[in-house]
Design a binder for this molecule. Sequence first.
Ligand code: ADP
Ligand code: MG
Length: 663
Amino acid sequence: MSSIGRPQPTTGIHGSSAPVAKVCPTSKLPIMSKLPKPQFKRQLPENSQSNAAKKTKVNAPEVKKCFPKKSVELRKPKIVAKKQSTKRTGCAASTKISKTGNRPVAVTKKSVTAPKKRPAWDLKGRLSDMEKLMEMREMTNHSLQRNLNENNQQTERLDMKNVCLQKSVAQKDQILSENCQTISQLQRNIRDFEYEVATMKRRHQCETEDLEARNSSLELKKKSLEGEIEVLHKECIGLKCNIAQMKSDQVGMEAEVASIKGLLEKSQQTCTHQEEIIASLHAKIATHLDTIKVNESNLQEAESVRRKLHNTVQELKGNIRVFCRVRPLLHEEKETCGEINHLHFTGIDCNVLEMDKVDESCVGHRKSSGSKYSFDFDRVFSPDSSQVEVFEEISQMVQSALDGYNVCIFAYGQTGSGKTYTMEGPNNPNEETMGMIPRAVAQIFKCVDELEANGWTYTMQASFLEIYNEMIRDLLVSGEDKLKHEIKTDSQVTNLTLVDVTSQNEVKKLLEKASCNRSVAATDCNERSSRSHSVFRLKLNGSNELTSQVCEGTLNLIDLAGSERLTSSGSSGDRLRETKNINKSLSNLGNVIMSLGNKGSHIPYRNSKLTYLLQSSLGGNSKTLMFVNISPKEENISESLCSLRFATKVNQCNIGTAQKKMK
Ligand code: ADP
Ligand code: MG
């Protein structure tokens, strides 16, 4: 038995399992990329099949069809033919094609037992066989014709179906191409979307990174803020405690304020009462002040009268004044001496020095039985007197030098009594402690400036010398002074350095130089004992262009050598000679002054270098002031008494009225 299968399309549009055509192989979509290409296979038209079948042998029918454009492979209809072994007699197997519905089924019918081969002579038999065969063939033809008709009909139906299918295919193709377009559009869209997605991904990644960075920084910030919050929280707690404390304080203070208010009210009442008292006191004070004013004016009048009288006395006494100055105890002296008990400073004009001393013959005025001596001078400066106060008293004399007087200011006293301190000041002087020489110079320069307005012009020359062992030495020469200096009759000194000075500073430098050059030798009395007389001389020449006046004055500031007695100084050898010379010149100074006071015919100026040098400044035309410097130490009482006695003698002299040297 053989069966002819209806050609089945291996692929088809209608099949549920039909593969989808791979429309776009470039598509990135994974699903699409897996799709196979669309393949279409068509059913062969039945008529062509049937025609072919006509030509095909019945037991091995094979149908092959080809379509013109699209190569559509049809499943080969499997026609199973069972070969009937035929006898050479020509009895072939008959083929019967049966029909099952629309399907043509080729049925091969095995012929019935083949007739026996007839002998050649049996023509009749052979003819009947042939007639039988012919009959069979006609039957077969007839059935084949029927089959053919059926097949033709079927072919027609199939053609119609094919047309329908082709239409459908065209439609499907149309849809397919549309779908392809849609797909490509969609793919484009997908690509766009993908690009967009990638861009967005990148942006998103950037944003994510940014956000992460921000997040981490915010985290850090958050942590620091948390720390701050913690600190603030603690502070807050502390502040709360403080507030609580302050509140309690406030309550206390409010109570205090209330009590203070009460007190204040009381005080105000007291104040009002006291104000009334004060007002009445003010009235009283006013009346008293009036009285005081009247008294003061009376006093001033009395003072001016007193000064006038004092001046008259001075003039009557002659132009020599003596100031006594007692230096304070030095730091180390205070430890041994304690306080100054033996000296008393009295007198309305602070001009009396009283000294307690037993067993001492007196030249001064003995006040009480054998123990108290009183010395009267123009002024007595107690240990606490400052350099300023002292200078105030001598400033008038300095002024006189500018007015054309010859002025001599001496410092007399034993070594260590304060002569150098008074005249020059301490080693490192300042505004407070600078001595009479720098102050006198300052005042002179100040007055020169002021007098310029009145037409006065001054030239000044300074010199500084010392008399040591009756020898003159120029203190303004650096190093050893080898020149010989002679005193001439006009009190000028040969080979002496005269420096034109125009400012206070220049003079200051000269004083420093002189101080370095000054002879200083150690003795038992004072380790900085000055063993020579030093004479600072400032010659002042003034001229007034308005009045055509000229004046010549000389200011001599003399720091005398120590006046201690020979016995107490413990000197010997060179020192003894020094002391003798010093004492000689000092006693001669006293003699000169005495002679001047006694109006003697001969004044022994030439007996010593000092008096000879000061000849023009002592006596007649000069104003002289002597400081007698006193040591506050009780052990120096004897020396002090000697000095005070000498000074008293000088003070008692009247050396005449000074006159200006005017032309
Ligand atoms: P002198 O020149 O008479 O030998 P100094 O002038 O050298 O004596 O004085 C001796 C010491 O006393 C110095 O140390 C000095 O500074 C001190 N001195 C003298 N007078 C005074 C004073 N008024 N105030 C303070 N110290 C003084
Ligand atoms: Mg001295």
